[in-house]
Each structure stands twice: as C-alpha cells, then as structure tokens.
Design a binder for this molecule. Structure first.
Ligand SMILES: Nc1ncnc2c1ncn2[C@@H]1O[C@H](COP(=O)(O)OP(=O)(O)OP(=O)(O)O)[C@@H](O)[C@H]1O
Ligand SMILES: [Mg+2]
Length: 312
C-alpha cells in the first residue's frame, strides 16, 4: 500500500506533524554519549547506548527496568530521538489502555453519519509514530493489561498495524519506528510481565549510579549560583545512600538528589544568599525526601546523623 494520498496519512500529518521536531540523527554510541551530555544534560554510559542501538538494528523493543528516578523515561526519550532524528511519542500506560487509545478510534457522531470509515477515523499516537517513522516510549508498561502488551509486541515484531474496520494494513517504512518500554519492578500493585513478553524484549537494567556519576549529574543539572560546594553535595549523597539502604516506602532516586540540590539553591537565592548553607539544604530536604508521613522520622534522623545537627 502506498502512503501517498492516503487520507489517514494526511490526517496524521495534519494532527501530529506540527509536534514533531527534527534533528540530525545520531547512531554512533560514542557520539551519542557526548550529545546526551551536552544537549540533553544526561549522563549515560556507552555500553547502554550500544545495547539499545544494537537492539534497534534488530528491530527489538528494549525494556528499561529499574527503580524510580534513575532516568529511564528521559534517557529512553532521548535515545529514541537520536536514533530516529525526530522526537518520539510517549504513551503513559494505565490499566484501561487499549488499541482504541493508541492506534485509533472513530468519531461517534461522524461514524453514525458516515459510517466506520477513513473519514470518521481518528489516528492515535502509535499509528502516528509508525507512519511518521519515529520512536515510541511506552512508559510504565506494567500498568497496562496483558492483552495490551501482547498487541504491542505483535505490532513491533511485524512492524505493521492492522485496522480491521478500515480493512487496512499500515507498514513501517524506515527504521525510526522503535520502541522503548519502561518498568519499575519494585512498584507494588503492578502486573507481572509475561514470559512471552520478556522473551521478545531486550532488557536493560537501571540502578542508582555510582557516587561520582551521581555527583556529576547533580552538577550538570544545577545552576552555577548560588554556589553549592562539593562537600555539601557529598553529604547530601551520604543521606541519599543511607535512605536507599533503609526500607523507606519512597526511596530517593537520582531525580530526588537533583531536585534536592536545586531546591536548596532556590531557597538560598530567595534568601538573597550567594552560597548554599546547611540550613538551606535541610529546609529543602524535608519536602523533597520525606514524601510519605511514615518516612518523616527516618529521613530526619538520617539528616541529623550525617550533618551532625539537631532538627527541632
Ligand atoms: N543519568 C542521568 N543523567 C541526568 N539526569 C538524571 C539521570 N538519571 C536521573 N536523572 C535525574 O532524574 C530525572 C529523570 O528521571 P526519570 O523520570 O527519567 O526517571 P525514571 O527512572 O523514569 O523514574 P520513574 O520510575 O519515577 O518514572 C532527571 O530530570 C534528572 O534530574
Ligand atoms: Mg519514568
């Protein structure tokens, strides 16, 4: 089937064309690592990029699995964008996700008037990504049903989408249509991923980064003023690492480490200071690190221990 003059293709271009930004594709892992740091402010190791790009070369979906706040979503989006040279679509999963929400559905009034045909069909992001030859980030795949997961795998495997109501098959034209799925296995009340699913995906495990990398990330993501000393960041990372080892209901990820130092800088700035003090850090800590009331006492006692202060 040719995409030229196809009404659905025209619709996709009309609806989604304006939100697609193009950039120069990057498919060399060593170059990608540099671009990720410079343009996306992401620290990613070359091995990870190599595995992901190798999976893409084989048309295999990649599963990013690991604890919250370790960069799965942002790194996934950035890698898809570098590979395709276009920004990807993001599908945030939920239990009631189905093909109508991701492939397309019919406008009810229009369908009543004109029937279930191309005119009343509304294309959705997965179909749009395939037609526009760009990537798809399926966020929190464990929150979707098994039925949805199987539908997705079938599409990725065969690189085509069937819309039975239209009696049409859309096929991927280039190599930009790739899929990264994210999942957090520690999250309770989530569906297990089936063996069939795991067999067909390439799994990449995420974890909290080594201290010097986390330090680098915080520096990369923070403002130059008010100044926050390396000594302070070191102590903050002591707190974070201790909290990760304790059984908190909400463990801090790198996302929280970054948010904490940024909050401390903003608090210092609002006070008119040009250097971040221990007080600023502690004030920021309570709102960033203790996300659940049952964690409050643990967070406070770890901060007191590491900073050698008493919090009233
Ligand atoms: N490798 C990294 N380089 C730069 N920033 C990082 C990195 N890892 C984590 N971060 C920080 O974490 C934030 C991104 O976290 P992201 O939401 O992508 O994590 P996630 O693993 O998808 O978390 P969740 O499981 O909660 O969805 C960034 O905005 C940044 O502050
Ligand atoms: Mg995420």
């Amino acid at each position: 089937m040719s995409f030229e003059k196809d009404l659905i293709v025209e619709k996709v271009e009309e609806i989604y064309g304006s939100i697609i930004r193009k950039r120069k594709p990057v498919r060399d892992p060593a170059v990608a690592v540099k671009v990720l740091e410079k343009e996306y402010r992401l620290i990613v190791n070359e091995r990870l990029v190599t595995v992901v790009f190798a999976a893409f070369m084989n048309g295999r979906p990649v599963l990013f699995e690991g604890p919250p706040g370790t960069g799965k979503t942002e790194i996934g989006e950035a890698l898809l964008e570098l590979w395709a040279g276009k920004n990807p679509f993001v599908l945030p999963c939920s239990e009631n996700y189905d093909e109508y929400k991701v492939i397309g559905d019919f406008h009810p009034l229009m369908a009543m008037k004109k029937g279930f045909n191309e005119e009343s069909f509304i294309p959705r992001p997965l179909l749009a990504a395939l037609i526009l030859d760009t990537g798809v980030l399926v966020d929190e795949i464990r929150r979707s049903s098994e039925e949805f997961q199987n539908m997705l795998l079938d599409i990725i495997d065969k690189r085509r989408i069937i819309v039975p109501e239209l009696k049409k098959v859309f096929r991927a034209k280039g190599s930009g249509f790739q899929v990264i799925l994210t999942s957090n296995p520690e999250d309770i009340a989530q569906n297990e991923l089936s063996d069939a699913f795991l067999r067909r995906t390439t799994r990449v495990k995420f974890d909290y980064p080594p201290r010097e990398i986390e330090m680098k990330i915080i520096r990369l993501r923070s403002n130059s003023t008010p100044h926050i000393s390396s000594n302070m960041i070191d102590l903050m990372l002591d707190v974070i690492n201790k909290l990760r080892k304790l059984g908190l209901s909400h463990k801090p990820g790198t996302a929280e480490a970054v948010a904490w130092s940024n909050m401390a800088q903003s608090i210092a700035k609002l006070k008119g200071n040009n250097v971040v003090t221990i007080e600023d850090i502690i004030e920021a800590a309570e709102s960033i690190l203790a996300k659940r009331s049952e964690d409050e006492d643990t967070v406070l006692s770890v901060i007191e221990e590491v900073f050698g202060v008493e919090i009233s």
